[in-house]
Ligand binder design. Structure first.
Ligand SMILES: [Zn+2]
Length: 251
């Protein structure tokens, strides 16, 4: 079995118990990190993963709560004397700005820097992001404030599918993204432009035929997120879980 470890579960406003939403997929060949709102290396180390083993990072979109940990993570890796390559995947909108962000830190002047490459994902449904021995991962454009991708992650060893909505308001493409998924991890930041409520997440899970729903990217500041579970249950009959930091789910 592969597993997903939730490294952060909050929407853009985090608190001491909930980091910004990001997670790591752990298979047999190596981890895949999805988003980097803060430097994840301490958490990755606690999972028993060598930092050099982390070589694949998908960035879903260029908002601070999803990418602002990149410079600190890269500096951290460099100071550890890393040699292993690192590969970033994302839309051109995000990759271009990530490169510009690193240029602002003049990273080209950091001596003996390890190799970093960027793969641009096309902004269209079902575009292949990454295909390794464990996972086949495709990208699906969502409806957010900037170009953003959700992900469909197939465990190639078991056939199990994990779908991730990323930041989005409800759109038909999400039903394809999450079609018959075993786990649907859906944002629940709240109803409005570019985001979804837990109730809307439940509607997408129902329409997609997802077998289980996990709520993430929810509000935590001066609010109790636990009622979101009942809200999602109003529109979805399957099991609903509120993701918490460091939760692990097998798939
Ligand atoms: Zn976000």
């Amino acid at each position: 079995m592969a597993r997903i470890v939730i490294l952060g579960s909050s929407a853009a406003v985090s608190d001491a118990k909930h980091d910004n939403t990001h997670f790591v997929l752990i298979g047999e060949t190596g981890p895949v990190l999805v988003d980097c709102g803060s430097n994840p290396l301490g958490k990755i180390k606690n999972l028993g993963i060598d930092d050099e083993a982390l070589q694949d990072i998908i960035l879903t979109h260029f908002h601070p709560d999803h990418v602002s940990g990149v410079p600190n993570m890269l500096m951290h890796m460099w100071l550890l004397g890393r040699h292993a390559p690192l590969r970033f995947y994302g839309l051109n909108h995000c990759i271009k700005r990530t490169e510009d962000m690193m240029s602002a830190f003049a990273w080209e002047t950091w001596p003996n820097f390890f190799p970093v490459t960027f793969k641009r994902v096309r902004e269209r449904d079902n575009d292949l992001v990454l295909d390794n021995a464990d996972f086949r991962i495709t990208a699906w454009p969502t409806k957010h404030f900037v170009p953003t991708i959700g992900l469909r992650i197939e465990n190639k060893r078991t056939g199990t599918v994990l779908a991730y909505s990323c930041d989005t308001e409800p759109i038909p493409g999400l039903i394809d993204l999450a079609h018959d998924a075993d786990l649907l991890i859906h944002e629940a930041a709240g109803k409005g432009f570019g985001h979804s409520s837990a109730r809307q997440a439940g509607e997408i899970a129902t329409e997609a035929g997802a077998k289980s729903l996990y709520l993430i990217h929810y509000q935590v500041w001066n609010t109790d997120p636990r009622p979101l579970i009942d809200e999602a249950r109003e529109t979805y009959d399957g099991p609903v879980t509120l993701c918490e930091d460091f939760d692990e789910y097998e798939f």
